[in-house]
Design a protein around this ligand. Structure first.
Ligand SMILES: C[S@@+](CC[C@H](N)C(=O)[O-])C[C@H]1O[C@@H](n2cnc3c(N)ncnc32)[C@H](O)[C@@H]1O
Length: 416
């Protein structure tokens, strides 16, 4: 993709056999360039089953796909109406159909495409950073250059069969690391088929497939699976299960910890009975699925809430922690629960039970007291009109620590 190509006539040097066609002046049909001819070789080799060619432009990839005997049908789309009109007029091929669509929009809007999935999806995207106010759709992928590719990769899994393949090009000008990050975030595996240096850029052709993990969770009926975050021991993904947003946790391959997934599901099952923790939905051999908790982490919640709201939340958290203490279960990390409590619709949910264990002297309530009197939080609460008497709370926590009974707990809750 070396220069904008608002061509008025199809140039020489396509490097492949195709009908010689004429274009009307000023239609933004991308004249096949090095990226097109690099990709076309692999399209001819790999295309199979039902093929989708996104951003078809001149139709070069659609034609190449149709030439593979394993390709049954080709749907070629482009967001530019003029491009599709041009293709329809000039390409007569029984296997190929054309349609206007901004990425996958046509499938989302039209009921007849409900559940449509392809064996092969091809995309030679516009990938250069936008230079002027008006975006050149044929070559510019957004301000950074990779926005169209990012959107494509975030949506493509829904339209790709379990054993389907994606053939995609991009350039070093698009930032390879970014593209690989998007690929991984969507649980796709990639293989570099070709890298060629042309003038001032490297052009890549990648082959993408759904990872084994993605196929496994999709087989269970989970869709829209996306990477969310990682901890020392676990990797977290989000997805949709029976139309509800869910979280999927699996072991972080880099972690040496053993049996953490089993540990967490065991405790979550137990604590759900007391309405503690996100609701466990199901457990599989190496991952488990639970209700996704939207909302704010505790500090963010405090920052944006009022005195009465905050007080209610703190009381609710204390009550949950007291139940844990009574069950002789130590959650750990409650002296610094920044990422361990999410407040959703004025209900705090304690999350992350990886390190939970039985203990004769659980420290949940006392650790949370420690958190409340810590410098930063104490100041934050003061700003909200909640003044905690540090020495008094320390005293009450000590008494409670030695005797974890209702009366001593109530004194903590009622402390000013
Ligand atoms: C670099 S050209 C590639 C054309 C052709 N596939 C090839 O390999 O030569 C990118 C094409 O994508 C189309 N396009 C850009 N953004 C799009 C989008 N969001 N959805 C669909 N097509 C898009 C452009 O109109 C253009 O035809």
């Amino acid at each position: 993709m070396t220069s904008p190509s608002h061509v008025s006539e199809m140039g020489e040097g396509w490097g492949f056999k195709s009908p010689r066609v004429h274009m009307a002046p000023c239609i933004s049909v991308y004249e096949p360039q090095e990226d097109s001819t690099m990709l076309v070789k692999y399209v001819r080799d790999y295309a199979k089953g039902n093929v989708l060619d996104v951003g078809t432009g001149s139709g070069i990839q659609a034609i190449a796909a149709s030439q593979n005997k394993n390709a049954v049908s080709v749907l070629a789309t482009d967001m530019q109406k003029g491009v599709i009109e041009y293709c329809k007029k000039n390409i007569k091929n029984e296997k190929i159909k054309f349609a206007v669509s901004d990425l996958f929009e046509i499938f989302k809007k039209n009921k007849k495409f409900k559940n449509i999935k392809f064996d092969t999806i091809i995309f030679n995207p516009p990938y250069l950073p936008q230079e002027l106010k008006l975006k050149d759709l044929t070559i510019e992928g957004g301000k950074k250059g990779y926005e169209v590719i990012e959107k494509f990769l975030n949506e493509v899994n829904k339209f790709l069969k379990s054993d389907g393949i994606i053939l995609i090009t991009f350039s070093s000008l698009t930032k390879k690391e970014k593209i690989e990050e998007f690929i991984k975030n969507n649980l796709l595996d990639f293989e570099e088929l070709e890298k060629t240096h042309i003038f001032f850029e490297d052009i890549y052709v990648y082959l993408l497939r759904k990872s084994i993990f993605l196929r496994k969770v999709e087989n269970k009926g989970i869709s829209n699976v996306r990477y969310l975050t990682k901890g020392h021991r676990g990797l977290l993904f989000t997805g949709f299960y029976h139309s509800k947003k869910i979280a999927i946790k699996t072991k972080n391959p880099q972690s040496k910890a053993i049996g953490r997934i089993n540990n967490e599901t065991k405790w979550l099952e137990k604590l759900n009975k007391y309405n503690i923790g996100p609701r466990l939905i199901f457990i599989n051999d190496d991952y488990f699925v639970y209700e996704y908790i939207a909302g704010d982490f505790i500090i963010d919640y405090i920052k944006k809430s009022n005195k009465n709201g905050i007080k209610k939340i703190i009381k609710n958290i204390f009550n949950q922690l007291f139940i844990l203490d009574k069950l002789k279960i130590d959650k750990e990390e409650m002296h610094h629960p920044i990422k361990h409590i999410i407040v959703n619709k004025n209900k705090p949910c304690i999350i992350d039970f990886e390190r939970v264990h039985f203990s004769q002297n659980p420290k949940n309530v006392t650790q949370f007291c420690q958190f409340l009197i810590s410098g930063y939080l104490n100041k934050l609460l003061k700003n909200k009109g909640i003044n905690i008497n540090k020495n008094n709370l320390i005293q009450l926590a000590k008494i409670y620590k030695n005797n974890q009974i209702n009366k001593n707990f109530k004194k903590i809750i009622d402390a000013r």
